[in-house]
Design a protein around this ligand. Sequence first.
Ligand SMILES: Nc1nc2c(ncn2[C@@H]2O[C@H](COP(=O)(O)OP(=O)(O)O)[C@@H](O)[C@H]2O)c(=O)[nH]1
Ligand SMILES: [Mg+2]
Length: 238
Amino acid sequence: MLSIIVPTYNESRNIEELLTRISKALKPINIPFEVLIVDDNSPDGTAQVAEALKSRFNINVVRRPRKDGLASAVMSGFKLATGDILSVMDADLSHPPEAIPEMYREINSGNADIVVGSRYVEGGASASWPWYRRLISSFARLLARPITAVKDSGTGFFMLRRSVIEGADINPRGFKVLIEILAKGNYSKAKEVPILFNDRAKGQSKLGIKEVLEYLESLCLIYYGMLTGKIKRKKNIA
Ligand SMILES: Nc1nc2c(ncn2[C@@H]2O[C@H](COP(=O)(O)OP(=O)(O)O)[C@@H](O)[C@H]2O)c(=O)[nH]1
Ligand SMILES: [Mg+2]
């Protein structure tokens, strides 16, 4: 079973198209899957919109009482998911659901334990972000280089075997969860599958200065773990 975790905050206008595209993309591979919408009491009624779509899609809506950050929403989703393969993606249609079958194949065939939907490998590309978003993204990538060989470690689109996170000491702050998993997860093979990253369809980005600072804090804690020998850099990237 594949569990697709989608953290949402004010995504009511994107949810139906996202679910439609996920269902369509997964139809040809005919595998059992569930979608977990993890919503932080969005004022725009995302949770209610998602609930109303339950008759058409196999979804669970996890309602958290208040906005508590993207990374912690993902962790809540991992806890409640029933699949042995877990995937995470944004709700804003930046991440193409059409890439899910290939990501799934890489894991299911034993090629990889963790697969990243990547903008920065051959065949991948990024939408035209404003200059400050590109700057933040490049800077984040540079700082992640000592930690992992995965090029797109800042993405919110990935898939893994549950065993990668089971028993691992993952406690992400703020916005980014993948870097924690890449640093501390139990895996031997990571793979990047190229994706075309689109600009968000509707609504607004939730990345602000608080999220950037929390990311820097996470990186510092990982660096500290590496310096003290508690965290080892993983090299096996296919
Ligand atoms: N549950 C939850 N989801 C969040 C939170 N912050 C962001 N998200 C969701 O995480 C995903 C990525 O956020 P987004 O604003 O698109 O960030 P960007 O792509 O970096 O601009 C989207 O699906 C958001 O709705 C939060 O605090 N809680
Ligand atoms: Mg986005």
